[in-house]
Design a protein around this ligand. Structure first.
Ligand code: ADP
Ligand code: ADP
Length: 237
């Protein structure tokens, strides 16, 4: 089952300076992500990786092409119809993007409040997620009292709160040291294996792809220049 499919997708930004050229961030990209994949997207800075992720959860609209998520065409879909689609997609970030004024539990509960879940439902779900990410003893702590690895575990718990079946990880370990990176990647692997969540991992680090991904697309200047099983792509001399 294909959960994310891009066909001939392009994204062109208007010129950023007067008289400048339009920026082709994504150039005729095809991508197929199957249910249960850990799909890596690797490329240097500016290759178009973040733009691709923002197109998949419709934070950004494509200039051309077709984007199908969970069997639904999202290009051209009105904003009000995107909400339910976004509940099925979780996201984690390089800088964690936690709310500093809320506790760990409060951060994890946030998407459940937005989704209108009852107080009792929120309490149970937060408890479950705190256990899963190993932070049961930090429920009442604030983000600035946590290490980077702990913050990202909160980010993962928050992303999973509404039980999405797709998780988008945008440079999620780039701010972490190598040991913490491996802890967070191991947790993501459990998310994939225990819950069957499809994970799309955006990174500029080869090591991340080799640790966790099964498939990879290599991006350069807005294009996918190579793709396939991780083993095949990286064993080519
Ligand atoms: P990556 O995530 O691989 O570093 P990005 O998707 O952030 O790449 O950027 C791809 C290209 O699109 C870059 O040239 C970048 O400068 C440009 N770009 C990204 N966002 C915008 C924007 N909002 N307006 C104009 N250009 C943008
Ligand atoms: P904040 O002040 O940051 O919003 P709250 O203490 O109000 O944090 O908690 C936010 C949410 O987290 C509530 O839905 C609450 O039920 C839940 N929650 C708080 N503490 C725990 C805990 N120890 N275990 C499970 N859920 C908790």
């Amino acid at each position: 089952e294909t959960v994310v499919e891009l066909r001939d997708v392009s994204k062109v930004y208007p010129p950023t300076t007067r008289g400048g050229s339009p920026v082709v961030a994504i150039d005729s990209v095809d991508l197929e992500v199957e249910a249960g994949d850990v799909y890596g997207i690797i490329g240097y800075s500016g290759a178009g990786k973040s733009t691709l992720v923002r197109l998949i959860n419709a934070l950004e609209r494509s200039t051309a092409g077709s984007i199908v998520v969970h069997g639904q065409e999202i290009a051209g879909l009105p904003e009000r119809n995107l909400r339910s689609m976004r509940l099925g997609i979780g996201m984690i970030f390089q800088q964690f993007n936690l709310l500093n004024s809320r506790t760990v539990a409060g951060n994890i509960a946030y998407p459940l409040e937005v989704a209108g879940r009852s107080k009792e439902e929120r309490r149970e779900r937060v408890e479950e997620l705190l256990q899963f990410v190993g932070l049961a003893d930090k429920a009442k702590a604030y983000p600035d009292q946590l290490s980077g690895g702990q913050k990202q575990r909160v980010g993962i718990a928050r992303a999973l709160a509404t039980s999405p079946d797709i998780l988008l990880a945008d440079e999620a370990t780039s701010a972490l040291d190598p040991e913490t990176t491996h802890e967070v990647l191991a947790l993501l692997q459990r998310v994939n294996r225990e819950f069957g969540v499809t994970i799309i991992v955006i990174t500029h680090e080869m090591d991340v792809i080799q640790t966790i991904a099964t498939k990879v697309a290599v991006m350069d200047r807005g294009r996918v220049i190579e793709r396939g099983d991780v083993f095949d792509v990286f064993s080519n001399p």
